[in-house]
Design a protein around this ligand. Sequence first.
Ligand code: HXC
Length: 259
Amino acid sequence: MTGYSDIVVDSPKSGVQHIRLNRPEAHNALRTALLGELANALSVAEQDDQVRVVVITGSEKVFAAGADIKEMADLNPVGIWKDKRPQHWNSIKAFSKPVIAAVNGYCLGGGMELAMSADIIIASEDAQFGQPEINLGIIPGAGGTQRLIRSVGKALAMKLILSGEFIKAREALYAGLVAEVTQPELTLKRATTLAKTIASKSPIAVRVAKEAILAAYETPLSQGLELERKAFLFLAATEDRQEGIQAFMEKRPPQFKGL
Ligand code: HXC
């Protein structure tokens, strides 16, 4: 697809759309234009039934090195007040279909926040994760202080955000930040295979499952269980549920239609 300069958006194949961050000259720093393009590409993908799952990736060396520090340097308080980035971040986070971040190399600051706003992170064993904002006299501003603690707990979240130190992919795996670690050359391939697997499921069940899991961030257990029960009941009325169960009985693969 054309019209973007900071990202490359492929046509969906087998229900999977790839979006590649593409600012090699700036280690994929997330300038406002890039975030705007990403928000736009996701809003198009939201409406496109051919897209069931999105895979976001960077280059072989860098997923994204964070917010664009040079752009930030030019912002005075009025500029920060008028800043469009929070709006773009909100659109990115509102995307209802599953997102997999395929991470090679540096995944820092806003880049790590982008990866954390994805639903699943697949990381190369050479990936490095960090929130180095403290080195600039600032703090994470796109969810880092809130999402990291929910992923890895207080001890590691504090260490990363207060010290600015990086961790490698294996440590991120043990801490629960990433779902899988792969050899560098296999990261995108594995993310794509996983995306195709998810894309082959009932899109309604996938969407409801994502919503229910994310609700756990916001709700106490009793409320979350109630929400899960209602979502479960809702799915009982779908054709996809009948098809899934029928296909099992008939020992054939299900044909989900999203109905
Ligand atoms: C703008 C960046 C950049 C960034 C790298 N570059 N990171 N430009 N914003 N975040 C540019 C460099 O200036 C340089 O351009 C080119 O990319 C290559 O970077 P090098 O530093 O030469 O590469 P290397 O030695 O390999 O070091 C890689 C690195 C380092 C460790 C990732 O670049 C780095 O520390 N980057 C900053 C990471 C960071 O602090 N991120 C947090 C940002 S704040 P030139 O033209 O000079 O060659 C943030 C807040 C989020 O994310 C808030 C959200 C609302």
